[in-house]
Design a protein around this ligand. Structure first.
Ligand SMILES: Cc1cc2nc3c(=O)[nH]c(=O)nc-3n(C[C@H](O)[C@H](O)[C@H](O)COP(=O)(O)O)c2cc1C
Length: 354
């Protein structure tokens, strides 16, 4: 049976217009990234993980505060923590800020997070994991979801035991990234486990891991019976990959299109993070956007050493003058940033991974 990526489906009462979900990525999934993902065909976008104990984490290096705007919906905001009461409070805050779904991170393998009992550590403490889910599900009226790994140890099948218990505790969907926490991002995502999880639960499952092309998006959906696929690294600096997956045609952007998307992204990042933070934050994006043979390699090297984003934008315009008109068109469609909801209590964390 042919799988259609443009089909809508739903999580709880929330309709998701396509079967493509843009992944949460710490240090990547800022508002500009989520908004672009929606524009290129993701049916659901997700914030990077935000700390439920935001106040305690004030001393950590943060990128600023989460902003939510009208063109991101449906939007999942991901929270992490291990304390049921704090997680419930955080869930109420993100619901009030406009989250259509509250997602919980049970997959982050980074020690800074797991040593507090949060992230992937919760996969080893099913009792606590279920208490966190119940507290969060009771605290909000929007659907709540969990994103998890296969387990902590290599070869673990913990997700298959935990998944059904989380559903009983109140989750409306599950995302599985079937690598162990130990594996971090090495090896391959084992979607045979995703297929097993789908068999065991009555809620939609989102398959995360190694989806980078239309062919493997379809193969993963067919093989697993998952409701949707999630794309993370494949969308870094490459929103066109989402369009290609949805539309089914190879889509090679012109230089002007690449420059225009990057310029709008840079300007939005500056608005969201401030110039000082944006300069460092954006460096990795230059390689991501300009690679794929789109621009000669030395050009990226030139950009990463420029001290201000204004100079980067000028270099991009000089390299692709035709981008100006596209930038104007894209910016005309952005909603008024003054209407954004800002989650002041919750710093965006820089902990990587899930
Ligand atoms: C830089 C980076 C940051 C990530 N941050 C998060 C996060 O905050 N929360 C989360 O649940 N997963 C996070 N992940 C995991 C991804 O959402 C995804 O599950 C994983 O990268 C596998 O998908 P991929 O093969 O499409 O990259 C992160 C991954 C990367 C590469």
């Amino acid at each position: 049976m042919a799988v259609n990526l443009r089909e809508s489906w739903s999580i709880g009462g929330v309709e998701v217009p396509t079967r493509l979900v843009l992944a949460p990525m710490a240090g990547v999934s800022i508002q500009a990234f989520r908004r672009q993902g929606r524009r290129f065909g993701a049916g659901l976008v997700c914030s990077e993980m935000v700390s439920a104990a935001g106040i305690e984490h004030r001393n950590e290096r943060t990128y600023g505060y989460l902003r939510v705007s009208s063109d991101e919906h449906p939007l999942a905001i991901q929270i992490f923590g291990a304390e049921p009461t704090a997680m419930a409070e955080a869930a109420r805050m993100v619901e009030a800020a406009g989250a259509d779904i509250v997602d919980m991170n049970f997959g982050c393998p980074v020690r800074k997070v797991t040593k507090t009992g949060a992230g992937a550590h919760l996969m080893e403490d099913p009792e606590l994991a279920c208490r966190v889910v119940s507290a969060v599900a009771e605290a909000v009226s929007v659907p709540v979801t969990v994103k998890m790994r296969r387990g902590v140890e290599n070869g673990s099948r913990a997700c298959l035991e935990l998944g059904p218990r989380l559903v009983e505790a109140g989750v409306a969907a599950l995302t599985l990234h079937p690598r162990s926490a130990q594996q971090m991002y090495t090896g391959e995502a084992d979607h045979a486990l995703t297929a097993e999880l789908v068999e065991r639960v009555a809620v939609p499952v989102i398959a995360s891991g190694d989806v980078t092309s239309r062919d493997n998006a379809i193969a993963v959906l067919e093989r697993t019976g998952a409701a949707a696929v999630m794309v993370a690294r494949g969308a870094q600096g490459n929103p066109w990959s989402l369009r290609e997956m949805i539309e089914g045609e190879a889509f090679a952007p012109t230089r002007e299109e690449v420059a225009a998307e990057l310029i709008v992204f840079i300007r939005e990042a500056v608005r969201e993070l401030g110039e000082q933070r944006a300069v460092g934050f954006l460096k990795k994006f230059y390689g991501w956007y300009l690679g794929h043979g789109r621009f000669p390699k030395p050009f990226k090297q030139e950009l990463v050493v420029l001290p201000t984003t204004e100079e980067v934008v000028m270099r991009l315009f000089a390299a692709a003058p035709g981008a100006a008109e596209l930038v104007e068109r894209l910016e005309a469609e952005l909603p008024d940033p003054a209407e954004d909801v800002v989650l002041e209590g919750m710093p965006i964390s820089v902990y990587g991974g899930g």
